[in-house]
Design a protein. Structure first.
Length: 463
């Protein structure tokens, strides 16, 4: 199959690489100038995806968009007869504008908490002074580093953060400022593929780890890693309280892609914080651990509006980012860069490589000595995944794989999944959000992982 893969910054670019490995003819277009350096030597690039529409064709070709911002284009291409994966104009509104997203949630009977948008920092500060409490500071814009979770009931810390931003940027914000009333609980997400008519495959349940350092310490990042599992129970509590209620909306929007809702859950229920109307990152890489069906076949069915019997495995999965400077502060013209740095793999087997997922990686031509290297300036080098019967088993396997990677100045969180084992699993079970998933879910014998001594983003998952 001919596949035209359109990406903003190669957030899900490794999927294009996997589709090539499946035997498809793939052409990758990257919108951001710096991102065009990624996957050189790994996937064929195109400088103008629109000129390749004739190449991909309308009969059996597939066009994949891995990000938001292409909604109107996607709708028009479908109208013109192309098979397109990746959302729609109406569907992506939930992610692009948090306020609109909350209004749509509320209209469809999903629990919400107060959220207000401001265009000026002074207005946001004035509101907080009149409405004290713990508020979450976010922005409808590209920089996740703006986000802050208020800790004090008098809002003094959030006000201080905003005033500090004002000193650096002036009163007018580069993007709409959102103040979302904080809900205390556990952050948890539900995701599922939608083909324009109905859900395809099981529900993906995930717990993201957004803080930079182990123990949930430090600034908020796009994401450091995720714990997840698949659940085909249509009565799953989180699914019923969130995604299930949006089915009529997604049908009307003709949404055809991966859709997720991130929530704070507690004994009172699930309170959505945002929607992700595209491939989530890094969860898209972890999906390769669960899914046994070919990616090309599956994505083509979703884009075509057809049902599909996705084959998948039960168990716990973990994914962690292996980052390099200047992550997480990847602003343009940053003085620190890792671009050009070599990436070394120690005793990496062919099977090990199936659990390594690139983002800002390219491969040098053999004539230049060969080898992988960092090809961008943002610091999202690659991701490592693992899957097992228990979180602890999976965590150990993940760390063994990461230790086979060496990039000068690389770093990662070594506690992805630890809070679930320590306390979150017990609370989620008490609140009804594990739906029978035990600390040691069984997986089919044919998929049990055997260990030996030789024995893993912009727009990304919203913060």
């Amino acid at each position: 199959m001919r596949i035209l893969f359109v990406s903003k910054d190669t957030m899900a670019g490794n999927l294009a690489f996997l589709l090539k490995k499946e035997g498809h003819s793939v052409r990758l277009f990257v919108e951001e100038p710096d991102g065009k350096r990624n996957f050189n030597g790994l996937v064929s690039h195109t400088d103008d995806w629109k000129k390749d529409l004739t190449w991909v064709g309308k009969d059996d070709g597939l066009i994949i968009f891995d990000d938001i911002g292409f909604g109107k284009i996607q709708d028009k291409l479908r109208k013109d007869g192309y098979t397109v994966f990746g959302g729609s104009y109406e569907g992506e509104k939930l992610e692009i504008n948090r306020y609109i997203g909350q209004e749509i949630f509320r209209h469809h009977g999903i629990k919400t908490m107060p959220l207000l948008d401001f265009h000026h920092i002074d207005d946001a500060v004035a509101f907080l002074k009149e409405n004290r409490g713990m508020w979450v500071l976010k922005q409808n814009g590209p920089e996740r580093e703006f986000n802050y979770v208020g800790q004090f009931e008098d809002a003094s810390d959030t006000i201080s953060v905003l005033e500090n931003y004002k000193k650096a940027n002036g009163s007018y914000s580069q993007g709409t400022i959102s103040l979302h009333q904080r809900v205390v609980g556990i952050e948890m997400g539900a995701a599922r593929y939608f083909n324009g008519k109905n859900w395809v495959g099981p529900t993906e349940i995930s717990l993201e780890h957004k803080r930079l350092f182990p123990g949930d310490v430090g600034p908020t990042t796009s994401e450091m890693g995720t714990l997840a599992w698949y659940d085909d129970n249509e009565n799953n509590k989180l699914f019923k309280e969130t995604l299930a209620k949006l089915k009529p909306f997604l049908q009307k929007a003709d949404f055809r892609g991966d859709f997720s809702i991130n929530c704070i859950v507690n004994e009172e229920g699930a309170f959505p914080t945002e929607a992700t109307a595209r491939f989530g990152c890094p969860i898209v890489h972890l999906q390769t651990e669960f899914q046994e069906s070919p990616w090309g076949e599956f994505l083509y069915a979703v884009a075509s509006g057809k049902p599909y019997n996705l084959k998948w495995k039960k168990g716990y999965g973990l994914v962690a980012i292996v980052a390099v400077p200047p992550f997480p502060y990847h602003f343009k013209n940053h003085p620190i860069t890792s671009r050009g740095m070599d990436v070394f793999f120690n005793d990496m087997t062919e099977e090990d490589f199936t659990h390594i997922h690139f983002e800002e990686i390219s491969k040098r031509d053999d004539k230049e000595g060969g080898g992988y290297y960092i090809s961008d300036d943002r610091g999202y080098a690659l991701y490592v995944t693992a899957m097992g019967e228990t979180v602890l088993e999976t965590q150990r396997l993940l760390h063994k794989r990461i230790k086979k990677i060496h990039i000068p100045k690389m770093f990662y969180r070594n506690d992805i999944g630890s809070s679930f084992m320590k306390s979150d699993a017990k609370k989620l079970k008490e609140w009804g959000y594990l739906n029978g998933v035990s600390n040691k879910p069984q997986i089919r014998k044919s998929h049990v992982l055997v260990h030996t001594k030789r024995k893993q983003h912009p727009s990304r998952n919203a913060a």
